[in-house]
Write a protein that binds this ligand. Structure first.
Ligand SMILES: Cc1cc2nc3c(=O)[nH]c(=O)nc-3n(C[C@H](O)[C@H](O)[C@H](O)COP(=O)(O)OP(=O)(O)OC[C@H]3O[C@@H](n4cnc5c(N)ncnc54)[C@H](O)[C@@H]3O)c2cc1C
Length: 430
């Protein structure tokens, strides 16, 4: 299956499809899933001299990894306080430092491999839709104190000169975070894995496995791979091939739309090159792309697949509610993708049994966390570290099946109601 229509497919640097697996191969590690998690693991193993094979059912980056917002910033889908409650202050701090390391890994990989087409741009602004300058300044102080991580506090006048919306109040700006073209990044990584002697196969779904012996076997329609280690990195597209993983996550859809080319109109609303998030739990995220010509706008989550076009109408309403001056901006295309969420909202990174590893459930925070997931799993396979054990408390708990999806949807609606109430109070006070 080819790529769906996204901004990234339209601006792909080099669209060369890779042949499917045919015949038998023996390698050190076989990775299932050619998204950010799978390819980062493969890259790190190949860099250390392992002979790796990657099986991707569709195309490289066909899943969430090649169609997301492109925001690379520290943290996890769960809040730091909740992580502290689960594992204590020291381990929560260590986990947060890993999430920063993940962001830096992506930045350094772009620079080391000279991936100009990933087009990284520094700066992510997280803006509040209600008055909370005191809280934001306290948060900036905490990030500096606890992690030595500086972020800039933006006053209301600074926010509104960059983002011309009366919906917005104060903001925090992260100058180390960045946004990028994830599909071009992934293609460059796939090429690097092959340059290092690894093999990447597209159109090669793993359809059956025998993982019980020291030498594992994975079969595709036309081939078979034998490997000492197997890593499952199938994200929100995980199937019954790995039932333990399938039952441990909820597939949650989120949506993005791309505007027509209207640089002047867009500039009348947004004058910053930063990517922007609003601080609601499942708020809007957007950035100006294509050298300032278009706007890429994402938001909303659903637990049942909805049509991207119908959701784009809702996103468009959000956009014009924030920026009435964009009422004439047409939307050219929209798309959705599946994220994988565990009940505890943390990544699932660990060992199923000797030689069988998993690296999944990155939620909406995958651009930094897949990098750290891939890195620590590779270190474990190579016997270099056991840092993956920091994720052990967040195991493969049952996600609740259909009931879990209903609870997730209800929780989302409840959070939306809280956000709406806070926002309404600040907006009316202006
Ligand atoms: C619309 C959208 C916007 C987002 N925006 C952001 C953002 O701005 N910042 C951020 O940090 N995160 C964002 N995310 C989340 C982020 O994209 C994901 O967390 C991350 O990409 C997950 O990567 P992954 O490798 O685990 O999964 P995926 O990228 O989904 O990769 C899994 C791959 O496994 C393959 N596969 C499945 N089964 C098999 C099989 N049996 N055999 C072979 N291959 C198989 C699939 O085809 C797929 O390509 C967004 C997600 C979406 C959907």
């Amino acid at each position: 299956m080819g790529y769906i229509d996204t901004f990234y497919r339209r601006t792909i640097a080099e669209d060369v499809s890779i042949p499917a697996l045919v015949g038998n191969i023996e390698c050190d590690t076989c990775i299932v899933g050619g998204g950010l998690a799978g390819l980062t693991t493969a890259l790190q193993l190949a860099r250390s001299g392992q002979y790796v094979c990657v099986l991707e059912a569709q195309r490289i980056g066909w899943g969430a990894s090649g169609r997301n917002g492109g925001f690379v910033f520290p943290g996890y889908a769960n809040e730091h306080k909740a992580i502290e409650r689960a594992v204590g202050a020291d381990n929560a701090r260590a986990l947060h430092m890993l999430s920063i390391e993940g962001m830096e890994f992506v930045r350094d990989t772009i620079s080391d491999l000279n991936i100009a087409s990933a087009a990284p741009i520094r700066g992510i602004t997280s803006v509040s839709r209600h008055e909370n300058g005191d809280e934001l300044q306290a948060e900036a102080g905490r990030l500096q104190r606890e992690f030595g991580y500086p972020v800039e506090y933006l006053r209301l006048d600074q926010v509104r000169s960059a983002l011309r919306s009366t919906r917005y109040f104060q903001a925090l700006r992260d100058p180390r975070a960045f946004h990028m073209h994830p599909l071009n990044y992934l293609h460059a990584i796939a090429r690097e894995i092959e340059r290092l002697g690894g093999k990447v196969f597209e159109s090669s779904s793993a359809i059956s496995t025998d993982l019980s012996r020291p030498e594992k076997t994975l079969r595709t329609a036309n081939g078979q791979i034998k490997a000492r280690h197997v890593v499952i990195a199938t994200g929100g597209y995980t199937t019954k091939l790995t039932p333990q993983l399938k039952r441990a996550y909820l597939p949650i859809a989120t949506y993005v739309m791309l505007s027509e080319e209207r640089p002047d109109l867009i500039r009348s609303a947004i004058t910053t090159a930063d990517a922007v998030l609003d601080s609601r739990r499942a708020g809007d995220y957007y950035r100006v792309v294509d050298g300032g010509k278009r706007l890429l706008w994402g938001g909303r989550i659903t637990t049942k697949a909805a049509s991207p076009a119908a959701l784009a109408a809702q996103l468009r309403r959000e956009m014009t509610n924030t920026y009435p001056q964009l009422a004439d901006l047409r939307i050219e295309t929209s798309w959705s993708g599946l994220m994988s969420y565990a009940r505890h909202l943390m990544p699932q990174i660990g060992r199923l049994q000797p030689g069988v590893w998993y690296c999944t459930a990155f939620g909406g925070h995958g651009l930094n966390t897949t990098a750290i997931g891939g890195k620590v799993i590779a270190e474990a396979i190579l016997g270099q570290s056991n840092r993956y054990l920091l994720f052990e408390p967040f195991g493969l708990v049952w996600a609740g099946g259909l009931a879990g999806l209903s609870v997730a949807q209800l929780t989302y609606w409840k959070l939306q109601a809280v956000d709406w109430w806070r926002e309404r109070s600040s907006y009316q006070r202006q």
